[in-house]
Design a protein. Structure first.
Length: 612
């Protein structure tokens, strides 16, 4: 190339980067991608999949293929407008995983949602943007056995995702604030406070302030400038993954500035990996299929295969590939290739109840209200010391029960994890409950969506058969450990106290109407009444909903502990397979998951490129 041409090419590249043009190549026909020697095949075009793909494809000489079952819906207002939250639930864009009958709710089932679309769950999520406590990132290092996993490292990776927009004068006036070091400046996602003139239901009016004051006064929890700086116990105006033009900032924003070495096959799922015969195993290809009726076909891998299909789908891909526990594989008629009994186990999913304070408001639509309170155990329990003692006395019993039920590999490992998590929330004050303040849900109310963030219960997700189009057997095992109910009850009791405080302010006098004291009387021994309402038993309300934050099903921890991947995101027993999605997180954190997962995926991309 002549000097002039070279200069011209450089200018074109710079222009592309500046204008965020996208040159990734989309395909719908698998034959289009079968003739290429792929350096990386990424399974899943969701949050973690698109982060890793984009970063790997920044090396122009690497050929990267993403395989995603969903479609590109970036022009669909039900996707790009977060105010339409819920519009695509139970459509083909939602995996809508159904649980097994749950004994605790009289064998009823629940649905856990996940996006089946470019962007994955970030294309359908609620866009709340916050981070966990410093101690929770630090304890990952203890569990994983590698102190690279700490707050300092992960904070810098989480920042990489963001182009943070500081609050403007009106937003500051409304209560928004931030801490500079807790945000990135040149990442693909525009993170900030939604423009109040476009989304009136956020910020405006007295409600967020009345809620905040109630949290300060009743829970003695401080107002925080920013929930992203590692100190998140308290109440804050939280940012969202929504741009100032009111556009959802899903992981597909990572496609801006990509080149034509990144290819995306839509409408196809990976059903399993094809292995060499030698140990450790090498994945030489992935098996791909469009519909249950069409025949599967093969795409060859010339380098790493990166699994990013999400916490409820990645275990199934592994199990169909012969990776997992012998008894689980045997039941599904699958021959074991790699013995990893932790696959599909250690599932942790949260349960949510919404309480309502009746008000003459008539907000329509849905979406984030921007006010989130996180409370810790001392703010919820007057008898926290007894609760602590009670927990320590029962760890043996609870962990042995979960092991006997087949939901964890080793009771002793689970106990160790609980102890790390308990240290963080008992000694370091990390939050245990989220109180998500909501304007307009339930209708004509101010609502508080509430969930215990750190369930002790463990469940599992496994293939029901070798059929890649059959839904998995999904058992979150809700409330299996009784302390989970104790935390949920204490959290709802705290909400009732918040509502009582709020109802002394003008406009809020009508007070709590959901569940209301007819349903749950205000007596000293109303635990059973709260429990019934939480579970939706005896016709008392609909019962809890799921938060759709599943994790833990391919946990990163030592192999001897029942781990599935090691600290470099590599699958044990294989040479070239990585897992980067929510399944690797071994324990829950006290935050909505996306910011944390962007950080983990950025970290993984560096490790895969070997730049750590
Ligand atoms: C309804 C809902 C609301 C949420 N609200 C918030 C919120 O407000 N704030 C927040 O921070 N987080 C929120 N989350 C959580 C967050 O969005 C997820 O935790 C996160 O997106 C998970 O990332 P992931 O990469 O593990 O999986 P995903 O983002 O779900 O991506 C997985 C991708 O893999 C694809 N896939 C599945 N199977 C296969 C296969 N066999 N072959 C190839 N590809 C496959 C899927 O179609 C999907 O695109 C919410 C999630 C949901 C579902
Ligand atoms: C895919 O491409 C191949 C080769 O060009 C062609 O034969 C086939 O009909 C195409 N399939 C579909 C579904 O379009
Ligand atoms: C729930 O299902 C289990 C297993 O099938 C059964 O033993 C139990 O009696 C059922 N419980 C109710 C309340 O129906
Ligand atoms: C955190 O990890 C980084 C490496 O990623 C390391 O340099 C640093 O010392 C660690 N910090 C602590 C407190 O362990
Ligand atoms: C967290 O921030 C609050 C409010 O600024 C402060 O009172 C508290 O001491 C901080 N906690 C820690 C652990 O830094
Ligand atoms: C709320 O708005 C809807 C639609 O505009 C209207 O039909 C309804 O009467 C309103 N309700 C109240 C309480 O204002
Ligand atoms: C702590 O107090 C709550 C009531 O606030 C009660 O339900 C619970 O049993 C107590 N826990 C212990 C371990 O004493």
């Amino acid at each position: 190339m002549s000097g002039l041409l070279r200069l011209f090419a450089l200018c074109a590249t710079l222009l592309l980067a500046l204008h965020g043009a996208e040159a990734a190549q989309f395909h719908w026909n698998v034959t289009d991608v079968q003739g290429t020697a792929w350096d990386y095949i990424v399974v899943g075009g969701g949050l973690t999949g698109l982060v890793v793909s984009r970063r790997l494809a920044e090396d122009d000489d690497k050929k990267v293929l993403v395989i995603e079952p969903g479609s590109d819906e970036r022009k669909n207002p039900d996707i790009y407008q977060v105010s339409k939250y819920g519009a695509v639930f139970d459509t083909p864009l939602d995996w809508a995983f159904k649980t097994t009958p749950q004994a605790v709710i009289g064998n009823h089932t629940r649905k856990i949602r996940a996006g089946r679309v470019l962007g994955g769950s970030t294309a359908i999520n609620g866009a709340a943007w916050n981070r966990a406590a410093k101690s929770q990132y630090d304890l990952l290092g203890d569990i994983v056995g590698d102190d690279h996993f700490n707050f300092t490292t992960l904070q810098s990776y989480m920042n990489r995702a963001e182009s943070f927009v500081p609050p403007n004068a009106a937003q500051r006036e409304a209560g928004a604030d931030y801490v500079r070091s807790a945000h990135g400046t040149d990442g693909p996602l525009s993170i900030g406070f939604s423009p109040i003139q476009l989304a009136k239901r956020m910020f405006t009016g007295p409600a967020p302030h009345v809620f905040t004051q109630a949290v300060n006064a009743v829970l003695h929890a401080p107002t925080l400038r920013d929930q992203c700086d590692g100190n998140n116990t308290g109440v804050a105006f939280t940012p969202t993954s929504i741009s100032q033009q009111n556009m959802r900032q899903a992981s597909y924003m990572y496609l801006k500035g990509t080149h034509d070495n990144l290819h995306i096959l839509l409408g196809h799922r990976v059903t399993k990996l094809i292995w060499t015969d030698d140990t450790p195993r090498t994945a030489t290809a992935v098996q791909v299929q469009k519909t249950a009726e069409e025949k599967p076909t093969i795409v060859h891998a010339n380098g790493d295969v990166v699994l990013a299909a999400g916490a409820l789908n990645t275990p199934g891909i592994l199990e169909r590939s012969g990776v997992g526990a012998k008894d689980v594989l045997h039941k599904a008629g699958i021959q074991q290739v790699i013995h990893l009994p932790g696959v599909g186990k250690n599932l942790q999913e949260q349960t949510m109840n919404t309480m309502g304070l009746k008000a003459d408001v008539n907000y329509t639509g849905a979406g984030p209200s921007n006010t989130i309170a996180n409370s810790n155990v001392y703010q919820l329990f007057p008898n926290a010391t007894q609760v602590k003692k009670y927990m320590y006395e029962h760890l043996d019993e609870w962990s042995e029960q979960l092991q006997a039920q087949g939901h964890v590999v080793h009771a002793s490992t689970l106990q160790q994890h609980w102890k790390y998590v308990m240290h963080s929330f008992l000694e370091k004050g990390a939050p245990v409950t989220e109180h998500f303040f909501d304007t307009g849900f339930p209708a004509n109310s101010y609502g508080i969506d509430t969930w215990f963030l750190l369930p002790f219960s463990r469940g599992s997700v496994h293939v029901a058969s070798s059929d890649a189009f059959a839904p998995p057997t999904l058992d979150p095992n809700y409330f299996a450990v009784p302390i989970d109910m104790d935390f949920q009850v204490a959290s709802l009791r705290a909400n009732r106290r918040l509502f009582r405080y709020m109802s002394k302010r003008p406009g809020f006098e009508q007070g709590e109407h959901i569940p209301g004291t007819d349903m749950v009387p205000e007596t000293d021994n109303n635990y059973d009444a709260w429990r019934s309402w939480i579970l939706g038993l005896n016709g008392k309300g609909h019962g809890f909903g799921t938060v759709s934050h599943p994790i833990g099903t391919c946990s990163m921890m030592p192999r001897a502990d029942g781990g599935v991947v090691g600290p470099r995101f590599s699958l044990y027993g294989a040479t070239n397979v990585r897992i980067v999605d929510a399944s690797i997180l071994p324990v829950q954190v006290s935050a909505h998951l996306s910011s944390t997962l962007y950080g983990l995926a950025e970290f993984a991309a560096d490790m895969i490129r070997d730049r750590d």
